[in-house]
Each structure stands twice: as structure tokens, then as C-alpha cells.
Design a protein around this ligand. Structure first.
Ligand SMILES: Cc1cc2nc3c(=O)[nH]c(=O)nc-3n(C[C@H](O)[C@H](O)[C@H](O)COP(=O)(O)O)c2cc1C
Ligand code: SF4
Length: 429
């Protein structure tokens, strides 16, 4: 029986993305219509029941976030959609926005209704130029149909959505950097607290949610939170869009009920990854993007859910599943990962700015026979610990996660080129 499902992505690829009648014909806007007949707290209650964990990477419970913001008295409140999708190996928000732009607009409009907001912003990564145009067209069509703008559904509720283009910085996916960038400031993370719910966009209370999280909201409202939760696990409800890439036969986005498939099924089943090209063996998989953990073949039978992955030292993150075959060297792969973070570090804090640089230098040495000494490995471990514990924002805190987890599975590859006879030499990173 197929493990694939189409709930959040229902209609993607089957309807014309910028034809509002086609969206209405598949039940589009039923969620907004129902929500507008409910009290805002009743909608929040359904989001809480749904056990929707944020789909942007941090897996923060959406219901808890919504409830907290609701009880903040200051107005105006803003709704912000994180559509930066900068995590390498992640391309599921692209699918939702390009194929179902009205679904995101509907989810954001429900949020606008719940929080009495007058404006929402979609922060779209700069590279997604075509998607920005698609969203803009969908916004105009929704306004023309009385589903956005003035007097939505004739209920005296006014709410507009604006598109903001990113400029290609990965750190702008971090929610406070994203808000700075939206305000026209340099896209660097803010000190927290104060939290964005209290002091967010233009220093006002703000909701920041990922595209997939907001696209789940209409389904939660239509079917009820309990039904959405039942699709997945009691502590992590609903479905997840998983992005398969790397050495798999099908590089694709697959929507799966959480907790119903193993990593082995995701990578090898014909309807999902379809296995590794050329019948090669799996070396490792990298979950949740470059900032996520690496796992080896021994973890293939782990069930894909937040709890089960976490028990195995893995995580869902953004939903990326990057597969690497037996030909890939772990040190070479980590050099690519570290180069990415070296490039994307905003430079604000020392552990991340300098840590990535030093890790890169040590990895370069580890890639050459005899260039590294045992003290380099000691320094590498210290750098990893320092970055994870002392970096200012999530970028630096997670930049060494791949390395840290790869160490557990492939320690021998770190040690392979080390000149063990040179045990007295100091590390020269
Ligand atoms: C460096 C960095 C980059 C991030 N990039 C993204 C991103 O591209 N898209 C996203 O939704 N969340 C991203 N996040 C997570 C956001 O900060 C935030 O947790 C998320 O937008 C909240 O929405 P959610 O609860 O619906 O997941 C990133 C976090 C960090 C630290
Ligand atoms: S961890 Fe520090 S240097 Fe790295 S991106 Fe965040 S604030 Fe910038």
C-alpha cells in the first residue's frame, strides 16, 4: 500500500496555480470560510490539537506560538511567512508556492483573521523570482475574488499580503534576521529576548511561520485538529513534505504521514527515492539540510517522525533527505558543508565567524595524507563544542552538527590521514 499522501499538497501539479476557480473547485478557501465563522481562540484550539510542529526546521509547536501571540495585547500584529528556503537540499516550499500559491495565501489570511492583523508579509528567497511573480498574481486574483484586501468575505475584515524578496543570504532565514531584512536593515540576527511574538516586525507583535506550516492551517481548520493529528503521530501531527536529493533515483518531494515510513522506505521505495543509482551502497544520509545530522546505514530502519529520529540522534529539520553513495568521502563532504557555512556566516559573533574558518582548515589537513597531527582532532572536537554552545544564533549553533554526527559514525575516516607518529606536535590550524 502506498505510503504517499496528498493533504497539504493536494492539487499541486493538478490545477492551474493561478486560476482561483480551479483552487476553489478542490475545496480551496473552505478553511477561511469556516475559520471566519469561528472565534479566533477556537481556531487556535484546533491548531493546538493538530500538534503541528513548525515545518521550517526548529519544530516549535505552532499552536503554542499562536496562543502566546494571541494573548499579547499590543496591536497592530503582523503575520510573516518564512519563504526563504535557504537550506540546501530543501525545495518543498518551492513546490507549494509555485503549484499552490492560494493555499499559502489562504493560510496566512486565516492567521490574519485570528490575530486581527491588517498586513502579512511573505519573505521569499531572492532566487525564486518566478515564484514571487506567481504569488503576486495570486494575491491580485484573491483580492479580485473578495478573499483578500478590503472586507474579506463581506465580513468587514481587511487584510493585505505583501511580497518581500530576499537577496541570497542564508542567515536571513533565521526569523529575527528575516525581520531585520524585511524592515530594510542589514539581515543579521537580533538579540532574544525580547521574543518576536512581543517585539517583532516594526517592533510589533509578530507571527513568523514557515510556508508548509501555514499551508497546513486550512486543512487543520477544515477537518479539525484531531483529524490532522491522527494523520501522523500523537506528539507530531499531520504530514511532512520530504525532499529527496543526492544519490537517489528520484529527486523529488514526497508528502508522507509522520511516523508511518522508515528512512529505508523513503530512500529505497520505488514511489519515493527509488534506491541508489547503479545499485551502489548507501554511505550516509544527511537530514534536514546542511545544518542537520548525518546518519549511517545502521539507522535506516528509524521511523521518520520527530520523536523517533530524535531518539536516534537525527532530526526532521526542514525535511531534506540528502543521500550519499559509497563513493563519497566523509571528509570531502564535510569540507563542502563547512565551505557553505563559512560563506554564509554573517560574522557577528566569534564562535561562528572564526570557528567555521578553523574547522575548514583542519578538514583540509585531514583530507591530505600525513598533513594533520592528533592534536588537530582534539582541536576539532573543541571547536565543534564551542560553536554549538556559544554561537549567537542558530546558524553557528548548527553549523557543526553534521561534523559532530559524522564523527560518531565515521571516526575512522577522520583518523585515516592523521600522522600518529607526530603526537607531540601542536595543532596548527
Ligand atoms: C540560519 C537559519 C536559517 C533558517 N532558514 C529558514 C528557512 O529558510 N525557512 C524557514 O521556514 N525557517 C528557517 N529557519 C527557522 C526559522 O528561524 C524559524 O524557526 C521558522 O521560520 C519558524 O517557522 P515554523 O515554526 O513554522 O517552522 C532558519 C533558522 C536559522 C537559524
Ligand atoms: S552564529 Fe553569529 S556569526 Fe554566525 S550567523 Fe549567527 S550571529 Fe552571525
Amino acid at each position: 500500500m502506498s505510503k504517499l499522501t496528498q493533504v497539504v499538497s493536494k492539487g499541486a501539479g493538478q490545477i492551474n496555480p493561478v486560476n482561483i476557480d480551479e483552487y476553489l473547485a478542490i475545496g480551496g478557501y473552505d478553511g477561511l470560510k469556516k475559520a471566519c465563522g469561528m472565534k479566533p481562540l477556537e481556531v487556535i484550539e484546533e491548531v493546538k490539537k493538530a500538534q503541528l510542529l513548525g515545518r521550517g526546521g526548529a519544530a516549535y509547536p505552532a499552536g503554542k506560538k499562536w496562543e502566546h501571540l494571541f494573548h499579547i495585547p499590543e496591536t497592530p500584529k503582523y503575520i510573516v511567512c518564512n519563504a526563504d528556503e535557504g537550506e540546501p537540499g530543501t525545495f518543498k516550499d518551492r513546490l507549494l508556492m509555485s503549484k499552490l500559491p492560494f493555499k499559502l495565501i489562504e493560510g496566512m489570511t486565516i492567521a490574519g483573521y485570528v490575530f486581527g492583523a491588517k498586513a502579512g508579509y511573505i519573505y521569499v528567497r531572492g532566487e525564486y523570482r518566478k515564484i514571487q511573480r506567481t504569488l503576486q498574481e495570486a494575491i491580485m486574483l484573491a483580492k479580485g475574488a473578495g478573499l483578500l484586501g478590503k472586507n474579506i468575505l463581506g465580513r468587514g475584515f481587511d487584510y493585505d499580503i505583501h511580497i518581500i524578496s530576499g537577496a541570497g543570504a542564508y542567515v536571513c532565514g533565521e526569523n529575527s534576521a528575516l525581520l531585520n531584512s524585511t524592515e530594510g536593515k542589514v539581515g543579521r540576527p537580533r538579540i532574544k529576548p525580547p521574543h518576536l511574538a512581543e517585539v517583532g516586525l516594526f517592533l510589533q507583535p509578530t507571527l513568523v511561520n514557515n510556508v508548509e506550516s501555514l499551508c497546513s492551517v486550512p486543512d487543520i481548520v477544515i477537518g479539525g485538529g484531531d483529524a490532522f493529528k491522527a494523520l501522523g503521530m500523537p506528539d507530531s501531527g499531520g504530514t511532512k513534505l520530504v525532499c529527496l536529493s543526492g544519490h537517489v533515483n528520484h529527486r523529488t518531494v514526497a508528502e508522507l504521514p509522520l511516523g508511518k515510513a522508515t528512512l529505508r522506505e523513503i530512500i529505497y521505495d520505488a514511489e519515493m527515492g527509488g534506491g541508489i543509482p547503479g545499485g551502489k551502497r548507501l554511505k550516509f544520509f544527511h537530514l534536514g539540510g546542511q545544518s542537520g545530522p548525518i546518519g549511517g546505514p545502521d539507522l535506516l530502519d528509524t521511523v521518520y517522525s520527530h520523536k523517533e529520529l530524535s531518539k536516534a540522534g537525527l532530526s526532521v529539520g526542514s525535511g531534506a533527505v540528502v543521500v550519499m553513495n559509497e563513493d563519497v568521502g566523509v571528509i570531502d563532504y564535510l569540507l563542502g558543508v563547512t565551505e557553505f557555512f563559512l560563506h554564509e556566516s554573517c560574522g557577528k559573533c566569534v564562535p561562528c565567524r572564526e570557528g567555521n574558518k578553523q574547522i575548514y582548515k583542519i578538514l583540509k589537513k585531514l583530507a591530505q595524507p600525513g598533513a594533520a597531527v592528533p592534536a588537530d582532532l582534539v582541536l576539532l572536537r573543541r571547536l565543534v563544542t564551542t560553536m554549538i554552545s556559544a554561537s549567537f544564533c542558530g546558524l553557528g549553533q548548527s553549523a557543526a552538527v553534521a561534523l559532530n554526527t559524522a564523527w560518531k559514525h565515521f571516526k575512522e575516516e577522520f583518523e585515516a590521514n592523521v600522522d600518529k607518529s607526530n603526537s607531540g606536535a601542536a595543532a596548527a590550524a
